[in-house]
Design a protein around this ligand. Structure first.
Ligand code: ADP
Ligand code: MG
Length: 350
């Protein structure tokens, strides 16, 4: 079956002066998908989203919406809507007036506008009595809900989000992440979300694209990207890890520092590579208890609730082990044997 993607980008580039903020992106987004683009600050996420939303024209390449080229279609003529971090609410208006704005522009009569606004307020879990409240009297989380309800009032096919939760405190962010995901599921709309927070991306997305210096270096499900990062940058972006520098010799890769290492089969051929081992793949062990073992001294333990992260030192190197505290857990200052198996090792290019 050939399904036309709701959004398709081919060779999309945006150049400011001589600088490529977006350096050639190919991407297909399916109807109803929740796609998150993550990347460090300055990697081109906002520029990419502004092009998708029609606020900026690409310097090169094509953007298609359901198979139709929209490069030059202005934002207000696209079936899409962008929710900013700043929310861009009308400060002197009520919650109801803010939500009804798109309907008013379209000439929807007053009673129908009000009915729809109240329906949207229920959807984003805003109490009905907020309808007549000045929007500036709302808390940060409530304003976020107003902005979301207003975006839905446009009835767009695709909603774009530019770090809408980044200004909120941690607890509220966690609540809204889950609500956004529920809203996505319930509405069946396509969401394209950008954030520099991997945690946010992991919770909500069907697929995550990782952006670096204007390019998408990897795209896949959260599980794929976590388990099979394409390079060191993606591996490091996706959480804490143990990283071992490798060099290629006649018989394959060896540790740069000369210590032995058992690696899994891999397709890496670069002169320099890295072995990545997630802290949760490491364990305290006994001689012969793992394919790779290292003797190191425990200097720190952080509780993660039911598990702990242990930090150990072996010379200048720090090792991270995430495990449940148990009978084999060493005391601070004690030397212990830690280990991991080849199958838990990811070999990536540097
Ligand atoms: P992100 O959202 O990932 O932080 P941006 O898309 O905002 O990144 O910016 C990517 C790069 O493009 C940055 O180096 C930024 O300074 C540059 N940039 C963005 N907009 C403009 C502009 N209008 N003129 C010149 N440079 C810009
Ligand atoms: Mg940005």
């Amino acid at each position: 079956m050939t399904e036309i993607p709701v959004l398709q980008l081919a060779g999309v580039r945006k150049t400011f002066g001589t600088f490529d903020a977006v350096a050639g992106i190919d991407l297909k987004i399916r109807e109803g998908e929740f796609v998150t683009i993550v990347g460090p600050s300055g990697s081109g996420k906002t520029t990419l989203l502004r092009m998708l939303a029609g606020l900026e024209a690409p310097s090169e390449g094509a953007i298609e919406l359901r198979g139709k080229r929209v490069n030059d279609l202005p934002s207000n003529r696209r079936p899409t809507c962008l929710v900013f971090q700043s929310l861009a609410l009308f400060p002197h208006k009520t919650v109801g007036e803010n939500i009804e704005f798109p309907l008013k522009v379209r000439g929807t009569p007053g009673p129908a506008r009000r009915a729809r606004a109240l329906e949207l307020m229920r959807m984003v879990r805003l109490p009905e009595e907020y309808y007549a409240r000045n929007v500036m009297k709302c808390s940060g989380g409530e304003k976020q809900r107003v902005a979301l309800a207003r975006a839905f009032a446009y009835d767009p096919d695709v909603l774009f989000f530019d770090e809408p939760l980044s200004a909120l405190d941690y607890k509220l962010k966690k609540v809204l992440e889950k609500e956004l995901k529920d809203l996505h599921r319930a509405s069946g709309k396509t969401f394209v979300y950008i954030t520099h927070s991997l945690e946010e991306a992991m919770v909500m997305s069907d697929r995550i694209g990782v952006m670096r210096a204007g390019r998408i270096v990897q795209i896949g499900t959260p599980e794929e990207i976590y388990a099979r990062p394409v390079d060191r940058f993606v591996a490091e972006f996706f959480g804490e890890l143990n990283l071992i520098a490798l060099i290629r010799g006649a018989g394959g890769y060896t540790r740069e520092d000369g210590a032995p290492i058992v690696l899994p089969p891999h397709g890496c051929t670069a002169p320099q590579a890295f072995a990545v081992i997630r802290p949760e793949a490491m364990r305290f062990t006994v001689p012969g208890g793992a394919e790779n073992t290292v003797s190191a001294t425990l200097f720190n333990e952080y509780s993660l609730g039911s598990r702990s992260q242990f930090q150990l030192r072996d010379g200048a190197r720090t090792w991270l082990v995430e495990a449940a505290r148990g009978a084999d857990t060493p005391a601070p200052g004690a030397t212990a044997l830690i280990g991991w198996d080849a199958r838990d090792t990811i070999v990536v290019e540097g």
